[in-house]
Design a protein around this ligand. Structure first.
Ligand SMILES: Nc1nc2c(ncn2[C@@H]2O[C@H](COP(=O)(O)OP(=O)(O)OP(=O)(O)O)[C@@H](O)[C@H]2O)c(=O)[nH]1
Ligand SMILES: [Mg+2]
Length: 399
């Protein structure tokens, strides 16, 4: 028997690659990952569909009480974009010195004081109550546009743009019926709506104040609001949910708040807020799951949005006011079609250094919400991640 050590054939020594090769490999992997993330964000980031021909028109009620033909909507954004393009072309001609001017200079002047944009998706049940509250406040506060003068500081008048977001029910008919029943020339005594608290005092409105825009296909709340805001004529523009959950009378507080923070260019945003109601009956009554998801979403927002937006306590309230001068810095750059669009609006305002103020408003729970708590919350978290990534990686940019 043989004693001693057996000699094994020697294994080849594993050689560590040099440090520079490791670093290069790591950099390559990071680059590849970043490239694929960029491609994925490009792929998933929503691109809003351009408005169709019929969506740039509106219907209203004529002085004789009949429904009008489809009429062309005024569109500040088309003129603004055309002028911007013309400037770009002029600047591209060698030897031309194009003075850079702020975007506000392209903005068409307001025709009236207040524009209200109401996104409405299958709202035949809830719309009337909201309109009743809105017109009574608007007519009381701002009266008729003819009382004011173009160019003067004291503008009068109001309009409501109801954007039916591909509704399949009688939303459009209900809106026009409401306009007809409240029209000044139609009835010497206004017809009271079922929602008026005092049935003898339903409001008379001047004709043409309520305009109905019909989106051929459903886009989502963000798409509907953005579309409406492209066609407003007001000095101030508020969007308000069709369910009438926000107390419309608090619009005055939003205007005051906005005026208080407006910059030299007149740009400002006032955000209706229900943050003071957390802990109140209205919020506590909501399901535990819904409140849990709401808190989780707020936490996510805090980490994923820039500081001024992250500081807003109630980003999702469907009652936000913009001064006209703020619109060109926000509306042309909107992408989100769904529920997350509020956050994009605020992020755009922040990136353009527009001051924002949160204003406490009254609010009530209204039956018939179409929000699917679980799916829409997941959709919002996903939408927020894509939105943040798209702006950070330059997939979305201001040009
Ligand atoms: N669900 C839904 N609403 C839309 C859509 N497009 C516009 N909207 C409008 O968005 C507004 C808000 O809808 P609600 O169902 O009240 O949802 P919410 O106010 O966010 O949620 P709640 O607090 O539960 O009422 C309403 O005016 C809807 O008509 C859409 O595609 N889906
Ligand atoms: Mg609602």
């Amino acid at each position: 028997m043989e004693h001693g050590f057996r000699s094994f054939p020697q294994r080849p020594q594993l050689q560590m690659p040099p440090t520079w090769a490791l670093v290069a490999g790591l950099l390559f992997l990071c680059g590849a990952l970043a490239f694929w993330i960029y491609i994925a964000v490009h792929f998933f980031a929503p691109v809003p569909r351009p408005p169709r021909r019929s969506e740039k028109q509106y219907t209203t009620i004529l002085p004789d009480g009949n429904r009008s033909e489809a009429k062309e909507l005024p569109c500040w954004i088309d003129k603004w974009a055309a002028e911007k393009e013309a400037r770009r072309k002029r600047a591209a001609i060698p030897g031309t010195i194009e003075r850079k001017e702020p975007s506000q200079l392209h903005m068409e002047e307001a025709d009236l004081f207040m524009s209200v944009v109401v996104p409405a998706y299958n709202e035949e049940e809830r719309l009337e109550g909201m309109l009743e509250e809105a017109v009574s406040y608007l007519q009381n506060q701002y009266g008729s546009a003819h009382d004011g003068q173009k160019g003067s500081d004291q503008k009068k008048g109001w309009e409501i743009l109801i954007v039916s977001d591909g509704s399949k029910d009688a939303t459009v008919e209900k809106a026009l019926e409401f306009a007809k029943e409240h029209q000044l020339l139609q009835h010497s005594n206004p017809v009271p709506g079922p929602w008026s608290s005092n049935s003898a005092h339903s409001t008379h409105i001047p004709h043409g104040c309520i305009r109905v825009i019909i989106l051929e296909e459903n886009r989502g709340k963000g798409g509907a609001v953005t579309h409406g805001m492209r066609h407003v004529r007001g000095q101030y523009v508020v969007f308000a949910d069709a369910d009438g959950a926000s107390r419309f009378e608090d619009l005055g507080k939003l205007v005051e708040g906005c005026k208080a923070v407006e910059d030299k260019l007149g740009r400002g945003v006032a955000i209706g807020s229900r943050a003071h109601l957390v802990g109140s009956e209205a919020v506590v009554k909501r399901s535990k799951l819904r409140n849990f998801l709401m808190h989780s979403f707020h936490l996510l927002l805090r980490f994923m949005t820039p500081p001024a937006t992250a500081a807003i306590k109630d980003t999702q309230c469907g009652f936000k006011l913009f001064s006209r001068a703020a619109l060109p810095d926000i509306i042309p750059y909107m992408h989100s079609e769904g529920w997350i669009f509020d956050v994009e609006m605020l992020m755009l305002a922040e990136s353009a250094n527009i001051a924002m103020i949160e204003v406490a408003i009254g609010w009530k729970e209204v039956m018939g919400s179409k929000l699917n708590v679980i799916w829409d919350s997941l959709g919002m978290a996903w939408g927020l991640a894509i939105l943040r990534a798209a702006w950070t990686l330059g997939v979305y940019k201001r040009d």
